[in-house]
Design a protein around this ligand. Sequence first.
Ligand code: TRP
Length: 446
Amino acid sequence: MEKRGSFASRFGVIAAMAGSAVGVGNIWKFPYMVGDNGGSAFIITYLLISLLITAPVLIAEMSLGRMGGQNVLGTFRTLAPKQKAWQGVGWLGLITAFVILSFYSVIAGWSLAFIKDSVIGSFAGKDVAQITADFNGFIASGWQPVAWAIFFLVLTCLIAGSGLQKGIERSSKLLMPLLAVLLIVLVVRSFFLSGFGESVNFLVKPDFSKITPNVMVAALGQSFFSLSVGMGTMLTYGSYVSKKESIVDVVTNVLIADVIIALLAGFAIFPAVFTFDINPTSGPDLVFLTLPSLFAQISGGQIMSILFFVLLFFAAITSAFSLLEVVVAYVTEELKLKRRAAVLVSFVGLAILATLCAMSQMPESALRLGSRNLFDTFDLVSSNVMLPLGGLLIVLFWAWKLPKKRVEEEITNNGTCSTKIFGVLYFLLRYIVPVALVIMFISLNS
Ligand code: TRP
């Protein structure tokens, strides 16, 4: 078997984990969720939930990985040797990785197609109606989104295949700072749009009456997705983290990065939305239809458009590494293949699923489950069922199955760090978080 990899530096750990967290969820999903769920009310709820629920689960998940020092399945096998049922969490994680990565590649593929369109100037002078028609034609062709999704998977696999440190860690250290710079450039440009003031009102001025149970549930689901929690991604990355690192510190950095990038994405996008009097609740279309038509009308729009979709691509690929790694770690450690072979095997499976996802969006496609096409089903089922379920099981395992002493030693590095916060963390994970997750789970699926 190959020697097990590990991240080389602290910055590398944070870049890789923030790279996982910051993704399509921050740049595409967060802004439209904010728009759909009442602006600042959603943001406040989101911040509180991320701090009190999601971040503790992330800490638990990462610490399990570091305790087990293996892939998801091996970790549960080692930590609960006599209770095979817990390995089901590992299986759930592996399946979820395939499900998320297949529709994720389709969205990431769109961002690549939009980079090309921005570069050749094909949005110039078009309004929303024309851009919508173009996009519908693109989806209906079937082969175009398939080709872009596969191209995205090839890029992801080539980089991830070249190694944990050389591929994933190195590119995350480069792409994450670049992503931050690109986003700041976009926010500065948005500052000069006339809609900036209105968007500040929308995003910052609290209106507590808008915080409803639905908003809370939406915020919890979004927070899980955005912080890559609930399927073993952070567990797998945690297994590559040195025993000297403080898990609480790393997670604090990742949380801050993830939240700031999501908020900045809001400040990059909404000023344009308000400047052109567009309804902020335009949903998933916000980034792919509304934005290009706005860029087509502002000065410097073409450059902005290129920067924006490059940014989305960077965000997507560093997240895709982490999803892929769950599968690759499993295949190398459990099925004893070399890393490159493991990546190749995963690629074949993912390419097939991504193809089905993209084709399912063609009009009159037969690739449906009930009333939804495969793409929408995968998106919905992963966020609403698989992640909360996985998260709940991970928390129950951490807080109720493992002895307190064991988790305490792991979180505090044998009493040398995070000792004060451990008590709070343990209380949250033992009582508050499971109850919150069960409530969310029931209300999401009823
Ligand atoms: N967090 C990423 C985003 O915001 C997506 C992602 C990567 C993810 N790994 C994950 C989501 C694991 C859920 C579980 O786009």
